[in-house]
Write a protein that binds this ligand. Sequence first.
Ligand code: A2P
Length: 359
Amino acid sequence: MNILELTDNRGNIMYNVAIMGATGAVGQVMLELLAERGFPIGELRLLASARSAGKEVEFEGETHTIGELREDSFANIDLVLASAGGSISRKFAPCAIDAGAVVVDNTSAFRMDPSVPLVVPEINPQDLATHAGIIANPNCSTIIMDVVVWPLYRRSRVERIVVSTYQAISGAGARAMEELESQTREVLDGKGARPREMPHQTAFNLFSHNTQIGAEGYCEEEMKMVCETRKMFHDDDIRITPTCVRVPVMRAHSEAVNLEFEEVVDESEAREILAAAPGVEIVDDVEANHFPMPIEASGKDAVLVGRIRNDISRADGRGIDLFISGDQLRKGAALNAIQIAEELVERDLLKAPVATAGS
Ligand code: A2P
């Protein structure tokens, strides 16, 4: 029996890919991006709950049937893109690894495990080299902030970040997005709001992020921004104080960020650094009062940054203020996961798939 690499007709290696949570808000954007970016897919296996099993989905002109996620779903799979929730990842990622796959996990299940790399390819791609089967995709608000902060941090260490978020509803999943749309209609029709997916009215309202508040008075989402940034920057001493808020926006998060540097960093220098930063686009038209907006960040790969200015509250020139908008489903989730997969291929860190041919 010969062992062969799976290749396309140009000799490129193809990988068998499974999506865990293929019917979800992030799963659907993963599919969109796999096609858009031409990821080298051999077999595509779409997995979700029993509720969705049997549903059909089009991908690059072919019809795929959603399968029920089970422990034995991963035979011959090389890469799993997981976005079905933390408890599902905790249960099924080990099965995928046992079957020989590498898992890029979009949930919080393994992010703070010291043996699991937590990666934004623009920040710490070198951490991929230590993976042992799982790579964690960071929290969406963290990715969107850090892809902008990192290039500035490289110029001068950031000592402290004060950040307030304006978070889209997409972070709470496809059903929450549907709720925002239907609730907006209901309120306009005078019917009043009946929240089901979210704890409070989302239409025409905003509220403190819907994760549990911990002992220090910070919610889980806020602590993710603190701990995950420290892990990716390899800086346990960076001080970060976030306030996370949900706003009635469909799919892009915005953030007001104040940075305190070790050294003097001038506004014009910050602008130059950000103009050259990968994954970042400056939108900062002072005359037209046109700055990053979630509606313009939606559907874009780049994180938009503007309102770049010296912090007037300090005289030492070590403060910069920014306003950021980034697509929560793209860079905040699906795009970052697929960029990780692309880096794994590029760095030869994804096991080459095999096909067996009769002798
Ligand atoms: P399903 O659509 O069948 O419920 P979102 O974050 O947008 O809510 O999406 C969550 C994703 O995770 C969906 O694809 C959902 O599938 C999937 N999912 C939720 N619970 C399970 C489960 N118990 N087993 C497998 N997939 C699940």
